[in-house]
Design a protein around this ligand. Structure first.
Ligand SMILES: [Cu+2]
Length: 382
């Protein structure tokens, strides 16, 4: 009902404005005005100044954004290669920022300076080799530099040797959750295929494969600080993307194939919680949550829990209705804590055996002669 009233009011306001303009037009009858569709000097001037105003707006909004939202960036990278990714990002952004500032100014300033004036004609020339060489060669050099630097960084990140001291972890994506599999003592992940998915074997691990016997499946990812972790990434259903923003890592999860990404975590969860930027971020979030909580309590609902920092593995491909909530907690431990944590986890093959052990045979009740007689008596009564 309210929306209908608002709609009616808007329609009436529209009609009123339309009528007012008609009255205004009538008051102008007889006044010498330029009704032609061709822009005159005044129109061109107005547009010229508007161009100037627009470039001012871009600059002011940019400066405002930097002050208002610069605390939303990710902060300290938590992986070895993260520093390289950040450098690449900073250099690219600085360059874009510089070029954008200069070119936008020139574009809008010239639009203002050479705005149309009566009697003024534009100079026409077909080409200028010097000018074209300058605006071709400079971008070629800059872009080639950026691309080569990016390729070099990417190759550095993606390269690892098989015999390096690494641990293998499988990330398994499905609508809408993650699971992880550790390779166990042999550091070799057993074979897996969706066709083997059954009961608690939700990753489809081939339990007849000797390498799979010590594999461990978990729903919370733990990583040791300072050790290279090679992720072997699979998907059960659609395209997902394994995104670990704090580690500057992202890789597609493609059904039917194994993709991979490797990195060395350098900051434990406990250390990251002491990071200044993270403390400020957590405070900011908790202030918002506290405000929301008072609203909720006033409505008679439960208050929100305060937030503590944790690393996250997120899905970064819009993969369906609950995509936004597809995440797994990541804990970076010291190597000792990591070992302890992993040792406590049972192997999937063991869990499978326990879950599918044949049921204990039922204990047969002794049948006494009296019971037999009784039942015959019951039958006889009928
Ligand atoms: Cu997903």
């Amino acid at each position: 009902m309210t929306s209908l009233l608002i709609f009616l009011v808007l329609v009436l306001i529209g009609i009123a404005i339309w009528q007012l303009t008609k009255i205004f037009d009538l008051t102008q009858v007889g006044v010498d005005s330029d009704n032609s569709e061709v822009a005159n000097d005044k129109d061109n001037s107005v547009n010229g100044y508007l161009m100037f105003a627009f470039v001012g707006f871009i600059y002011i909004f940019t400066i405002y954004s930097l002050f208002e939202w610069s605390d939303l960036v990710l902060g300290t990278p938590a992986s070895e290669h993260g520093v390289e990714v950040d450098n690449l990002m900073y250099i690219s952004m600085l360059l874009i920022f510089f070029v954008q500032t200069v070119t936008q100014f020139l574009l809008h300033y010239f639009a203002f300076k050479y705005r149309g004036k009566k009697g003024q004609k534009a100079l026409y020339f077909a080409d200028n080799n010097k000018l074209e060489a300058v605006w071709t060669i400079i971008p070629v050099i800059v872009l080639a530099g950026l691309i080569l630097y990016g390729l070099y960084t990417w190759n550095n990140i993606m390269f690892y040797e098989e015999d390096e001291d690494v641990i293998y972890v499988e990330l398994y994506a499905k609508q809408f959750s993650w699971e992880a599999r550790y390779a166990g003592e042999d550091n070799t992940l057993g074979k897996a295929n969706v066709r083997y998915i059954e009961g608690i074997n939700t990753l489809g691990v081939d339990l007849s494969d000797p390498a799979a016997q010590d594999d461990k499946v978990v729903t919370e990812l733990h990583l040791p600080k300072g050790k290279k972790v090679v992720f072997k990434i699979r998907s059960q259903d659609v395209l997902h993307s394994a995104y670990m923003p704090h580690f500057r890592a992202q890789m597609n999860c493609v059904p039917g194939m194994i993709t991979q990404f490797a990195f060395v975590p350098t900051v434990t969860t406990a250390e990251m919680r002491q990071d200044e930027a993270i403390i400020a971020k957590v405070d900011k979030i908790n202030k918002i949550r506290a405000k929301k909580s008072t609203e909720l309590v006033a409505k008679g609902e439960e208050a929100l829990d305060p937030y503590t920092f944790d690393y996250l593995l997120l899905c970064n491909k819009i993969c369906g209705a609950s995509h936004y909530n597809m995440q797994m907690k990541i804990v970076v431990d010291t190597p000792e804590d990591f070992k302890k944590w992993l040792n406590e986890k049972p192997a999937l093959a063991q869990q499978w055996k326990e879950a599918n052990a044949p049921a204990e045979p039922e204990v047969k009740q002794d049948v006494t002669p009296e019971m037999v007689i009784d039942s015959t008596l019951i039958v006889d009564n009928h």
